[in-house]
Design a protein around this ligand. Structure first.
Ligand code: ADP
Ligand code: MG
Length: 697
C-alpha cells in the first residue's frame, strides 16, 4: 500500500490522539492501512425482524422491535444491573445490562419504540437478552444495511464509543477516502484465472457487503491474497536455499551399509526406505538440505534420522540431534549409544543438567572432532558449543523453532551451512505444514512398521472402574505392563497432584501383590529416572504418572494405557500418550476414563480417539475444533498471524495460492516481468515492515 495507508490513524476524522492511543493499544491499529485491514468477524442479517414470541434460546441472534414498558435498576452497589422490558404485539422480552449502566440508562425512555439485537438466553424461566444492541426505531441509518459488519471491540474501546458500531462508522469514512487509492496487488492474469474480484472491490465489500455473494467473493479474494503472499515468501526462501547455500556432499556410505547389513534390528518399512533415499539425494546436491519429516507417532522417524547422521559421519562431518525435553534427549541418546559403540564412533549427551566437567569435555571433543554425534536439548544452541565440522542438524521438535533459533544452528559451521532435518513430534495437517514449514521440503512416513496391531481404544466412566480393574488384572496375568496417566496442569496443580496420589493409593489397594511405580513432575529427576528405569526393566508392572511420560519411555511390553480425566487432554496429547503403547507385538489397549456428562467438544475429541489411530486424521479434527492458533507451539512462530484466513476451512484456496506462488518463483523469482509489476510493488512495500522476508543470517 502507498503512503496514504501509512497515515497515522490519529488523523482520521473523529479519531484524534486519545482514541488513536487506545486503538493502538487494544487493536494494534496504527495507520489507515491497519484499520482498513481490521475486518469484521461476523455480518448480521438485519433484514429480518422476529416476533418476540418466537425468541428462543437456541437462536444465535435475533432482532426484535417493540416499545419499552419498563426500565429499572435492580440489586445493590456492586451487583447493580439495569433491567428493561420490551413488548410487541406477541410478547415481552427482558433486556439486561451489567456494565455501562448509567450511560445506557440515560438513553432509554419508557414508551419509546426501539430496535433490539442480541443473543436470546433463558434465565429463571424468562427469555432475556444480555447487553443487547439497542437503537431508537426510525432515526438511524446504520440498520438499513442488508448485512451489517460486526467488529470485535473491547471494554476500553467501548468506553471511547468504539464499539462495533463506532468502528464501523470509522471504516465507512476511511473507505470513502481510500477507495480510489487502493492499488491492485495481484497480476491481472491471476485475477482472471481464479476469477477473483479486484482488491478495491474486495475491501469495500468485506466491510459493507451488498449481498451474501459479494461478501463471499470479497473473502475469497482477500484470503487468496493473504495466503499467496505468505506462500510467495516461503517458496522464495526455499528457492534461495536451493540456489545460494552450499552444503556438504555426503556421497560415501560405508558405515551406513555396515549398519544396514549387520546391526539394524528390523526391516525398514518402505516409507522409511523412501525417505532415506530422499535425504541421501538431497545431501548430494552440493546445496544445503532443508527438509521436514512428517510421520505418525511410532512410525520410526528416529531410525531414519540416525541413518542420515551416519551419512554425515561417513563423510567426515559431525551431526547433532536436538530434542524438546531432557527425557526425550536422553531416550534418543540411550537408543543410539549402543549402535554408535558397535560402529566405533563417539556420541554424547548435552542437556541443561549436564555437569560442568562433562560439558567441558564435550566442548573439547566437539572442537577437535573426536565426538561424532551430539544429542541434547536447547543447550546445544549455546554459543560455547562449537563443532569442528558440523554437517547435519536433526531437530526433533514439538514446537516450531523460530528463524532466529534455526539460524543459530546454521552458524555452527562457519564454512558450509549444515544440512537441516526437522522431525515433527506429531502429525500436523497439510494446510498447517504448508504454512508453518512451507520453506522446507517435506517427506512423509506414511506407513507403520509391520506387525503393529492397531490399538483398541474405549471410553469408560467412573461407574465402570471395577470392570477396568478386572481388565487390568487380566492383562497383568498375561505378563503385560500398564500405564495410568493423570493430567497435570499449572492452574490446578495442587488438586491434580492429589488426584494422582489418590489414584496411586487406590491402585495399591486393589493390586497389593503388584509392584508399582509413580512418576510426577514434582519429583527430582534422579528419582523419576530411577522409577522409569524400573518400569522399563519390567521390575514394576504399573506406572502411575502425569504426562511426564508423554514423550518419554519406550517400553514395548507395556500394552495398556489408561488415561484418567481424559476429557481434560487435547487431542494431540491423547494421541501422543496412546502412542506409548502398541509398540510390541501384542494387542494393545487405550482406556479413556471420563466423567459421565461430557461437553460437546470433549465428546468429539474422545470419540475421534475411539474411531481412529491415524494421527493425520486426528490432527485434522484437532485443527477444526481448536483452530490453528491453539495447536501446540504454533503461536510463537508468527506464521499464523492470519488476518482473514481460517486454515481449517480454506485448504482449497491455500492450494491455489501455493501453486501460483511456485509457478511465479520458477518463472520469475525477482518479479521483473511487467505482468508481475503488482507483485514487485507489493513486496517492496511489505519488505520494509517485515524483518523476515530475507533470510536472517
Ligand atoms: P517416532 O516416529 O514416533 O519418533 P520412533 O522412531 O521412536 O517413532 O520408533 C518407534 C519404535 O519403533 C522404536 O522402538 C523403533 O525402534 C521401532 N521401529 C522403527 N522402525 C521400525 C521398523 N521398520 N520395524 C520395526 N520397528 C521399528
Ligand atoms: Mg520420536
Amino acid at each position: 500500500m502507498n503512503n496514504f495507508f501509512e497515515t497515522n490513524i490519529e488523523f482520521l476524522k473523529g479519531v484524534g490522539p486519545q482514541k488513536a492511543e487506545i486503538m493502538q493499544k487494544e487493536l494494534q491499529i496504527f495507520t489507515f492501512g491497519d484499520l482498513i485491514q481490521y475486518y469484521p468477524f461476523r455480518w448480521e442479517d438485519r433484514s429480518k425482524i422476529y416476533q418476540i414470541k418466537d425468541a428462543h434460546e437456541d437462536l444465535a441472534y435475533i432482532q426484535v422491535k417493540g416499545v419499552l414498558t419498563m426500565v429499572s435498576l435492580v440489586g445493590t452497589d456492586t451487583k447493580k444491573r439495569l433491567v428493561a422490558q420490551l413488548e410487541d404485539k406477541t410478547g415481552v422480552i427482558e433486556l439486561v445490562w451489567f456494565q455501562s449502566v448509567p450511560f445506557i440508562q440515560k438513553f432509554l425512555k419508557k414508551g419509546d419504540q426501539y430496535i433490539v439485537f442480541g443473543k436470546p438466553n433463558i434465565f429463571n424461566g424468562t427469555i432475556n437478552i444480555v447487553h443487547p444492541e439497542i437503537e431508537l426505531f426510525g432515526e438511524n441509518k446504520s440498520m438499513e444495511g442488508y448485512l451489517q459488519p460486526i467488529y470485535s471491540s473491547t471494554e476500553k474501546l467501548r468506553r471511547f464509543y468504539l464499539d462495533s458500531k463506532g468502528i464501523s462508522k470509522l471504516q465507512r469514512q476511511l473507505l470513502e477516502l481510500a477507495l480510489n487509492k487502493i492499488n491492485e496487488t495481484l497480476p491481472k492474469y491471476i485475477i482472471d484465472k481464479y476469477k477473483l474480484v479486484s482488491k478495491q472491490k474486495a475491501l469495500e465489500q468485506i466491510h459493507f457487503p451488498d449481498s451474501p455473494s459479494t461478501l463471499t467473493q470479497a473473502q475469497r479474494r482477500l484470503k487468496f491474497e493473504e495466503l499467496f503472499y505468505i506462500q510467495l515468501k516461503l517458496v522464495k526462501q526455499k528457492h534461495l536455499n536451493k540456489t545460494s547455500f552450499k552444503g556438504l556432499n555426503f556421497n560415501k556410505i560405508p558405515t551406513v551399509n555396515k549398519f544396514y547389513n549387520e546391526l539394524l534390528p528390523f526391516e525398514l518399512t518402505n516409507a522409511q526406505k523412501r525417505v532415506i533415499k530422499e535425504l541421501y539425494a538431497d545431501m548430494n546436491t552440493g546445496r544445503q538440505m532443508n527438509r521436514l519429516i512428517q510421520g505418525d507417532v511410532g512410525s520410526g522417524k528416529t531410525m531414519v534420522a540416525f541413518i542420515a547422521m551416519l551419512m554425515a559421519i561417513d563423510n567426515d562431518a559431525q551431526a547433532c540431534l536436538m530434542a524438546p525435553t531432557e527425557i526425550l534427549a536422553e531416550q534418543h541418546y540411550r537408543g543410539l549409544e549402543e549402535y554408535m559403540q558397535k560402529l566405533g564412533f563417539k556420541i554424547a549427551l548435552l542437556t541443561g543438567s549436564s555437569k560442568l566437567s562433562v560439558r567441558r569435555e564435550i566442548h573439547q571433543m566437539l572442537e577437535d572432532g573426536h565426538l561424532n554425534v551430539l544429542v541434547g536439548t536447547h543447550a546445544i544452541l549455546e554459543d560455547k558449543v562449537q563443532f569442528k565440522n558440523l554437517g547435519l542438524c536433526v531437530i526433533d521438535e514439538q514446537h516450531r523453532f523460530g528463524v532466529a533459533q534455526r539460524s543459530k544452528l546454521w552458524q555452527k559451521n562457519k564454512n558450509v551451512s549444515p544440512h537441516i532435518l526437522v522431525m515433527t513430534a506429531t502429525p500436523i495437517p497439510r494446510t498447517l505444514a504448508m504454512t508453518l514449514y512451507g520453506d522446507l521440503d517435506i517427506s512423509v512416513i506414511d506407513e507403520m512398521p509391520a506387525g503393529r496391531k492397531p490399538i483398541k481404544t474405549v471410553m469408560r466412566t467412573d461407574s465402570q472402574r471395577l470392570t477396568v480393574f478386572g481388565f487390568i488384572r487380566d492383562e497383568l496375568n498375561k505378563g503385560r505392563q500398564i500405564y495410568i496417566v493423570y493430567p497435570l496442569i499449572e492452574e490446578s496443580a495442587k488438586q491434580d497432584l492429589k488426584d494422582l496420589i489418590d489414584g496411586y493409593e487406590s491402585i495399591a489397594r486393589a493390586f497389593p501383590d503388584i509392584a508399582l511405580s509413580i512418576v510426577h513432575g514434582k519429583m527430582r529427576s534422579k528419582d523419576k529416572d530411577y522409577e522409569m528405569m524400573r518400569f522399563a526393566k519390567n521390575e514394576t508392572k504399573i506406572m502411575v504418572a502425569t504426562t511426564v511420560i508423554e514423550v518419554g519411555v519406550n517400553v514395548p511390553n507395556a500394552s495398556v494405557m489408561i488415561i484418567e480425566n481424559a476429557e481434560r487432554f487435547g487431542l494431540a496429547q491423547l494421541h501422543q500418550l496412546r502412542g506409548r503403547v502398541g509398540r510390541g507385538a501384542e494387542q494393545s489397549f487405550c482406556v479413556l476414563m471420563t466423567k459421565p456428562n461430557l461437553g460437546a467438544e470433549s465428546k468429539v475429541r474422545l470419540e475421534t480417539m475411539v474411531r481412529t489411530n491415524n494421527g493425520f486424521e486426528i490432527a485434522d479434527v484437532d485443527l477444526h475444533l481448536r483452530g490453528p492458533g491453539d495447536l501446540a507451539g504454533t503461536k510463537q512462530s508468527g506464521a499464523l498471524d492470519l488476518l482473514i484466513t481460517d486454515l481449517s476451512q480454506d485448504a482449497a484456496i491455500l492450494t491455489e495460492a501455493r501453486t501460483t506462488a511456485v509457478e511465479i518463483i520458477e518463472k520469475d523469482p525477482e518479479f521483473k516481468l511487467t505482468e508481475h509489476a503488482p507483485i514487485y510493488r507489493h513486496v517492496q512495500s511489505i519488505k520494509h515492515n517485515a524483518v523476515n522476508w530475507a533470510r536472517i543470517s
